[in-house]
Design a protein around this ligand. Structure first.
Ligand SMILES: Nc1nc2c(ncn2[C@@H]2O[C@H](COP(=O)(O)OP(=O)(O)OP(=O)(O)O)[C@@H](O)[C@H]2O)c(=O)[nH]1
Ligand SMILES: [Mg+2]
Length: 200
């Protein structure tokens, strides 16, 4: 049985240079603005308000780092969760958007401590072009020591039929709700196994 025992905010960075040292394996949460990145970090770690979530898209503007301690069979495992700003958020000028996107791309491609990309997709809109693009982009830049998983968010908003469509089209993905906590413990286990190489 795997659980997250501790999670604390480490630091925020607006540039790569400000990022924390690359000494711990990192899980990067990325996805469209408002998809529920900050909320799933709070749900996985069971810490309300650890990552700032908001109904206004574009809430997360900085790269936020959290130190996370997993517990399995009385043994502790350290990792870091990274909350990224969503792509496609509005309210900044086009120039700033491009600058920021470049900076995020640089982070994603150059940071050696990233072990796992968690691509979050809104389960109500599972076939958007932008998510296909992100999927292709991550696969293209993925290094041999890195993995990627897709997690569908906000499953509490789905009808049974819609749930069936997601599961049928994406058989290897996880479907979770940060509100109801459905699927969350399975997601914790999956992230742990990917990070620490446990084959079940
Ligand atoms: N019903 C439901 N709402 C959710 C769930 N997860 C997140 N939300 C809501 O969706 C909105 C956005 O959540 P955030 O976690 O802030 O999303 P984000 O991806 O971090 O957004 P940015 O930081 O703006 O990119 C908030 O109003 C959340 O309460 C969920 O599982 N179910
Ligand atoms: Mg956020």
């Amino acid at each position: 049985m795997v659980a997250i025992r501790d999670a604390v905010f480490l630091t925020s960075a607006s540039t790569i240079e400000q990022c924390s040292s690359e000494d711990v394996g990192e899980v990067v949460f990325l996805g469209r603005s408002n998809v529920g990145k900050s909320s799933i970090i709070n749900a996985l770690t069971n810490r309300k308000g650890l990552a700032k979530s908001s109904s206004t898209p574009g809430k997360t503007r900085l790269i936020n780092f959290f130190n996370v301690t997993f517990l399995r069979d009385k043994e502790l495992f350290l990792a870091r969760f990274v909350d990224l700003p969503g792509f496609g958020y509005a309210r900044v000028s086009k120039g700033m958007k491009e600058e920021w996107q470049k900076s995020l791309n640089r982070f994603i491609q150059q940071r050696t401590s990233i072990r796992l990309f968690v691509h979050l997709v809104d389960s109500r809109h599972p076939f958007l072009e932008i998510d296909k693009d992100v999927d292709a982009y991550i696969k293209e830049i993925l290094r041999p020591d890195q993995q990627m998983i897709t997690i569908f968010t906000k499953s509490d908003k789905l009808t049974q039929k819609e749930t069936g469509v997601v599961l049928k089209n994406f058989p290897n993905s996880l479907l979770v709700s940060s509100s109801s906590k459905k699927g969350i413990s399975k997601a914790v286990e999956e992230i742990f196994n990917r990070l620490f190489g446990v084959v079940l």
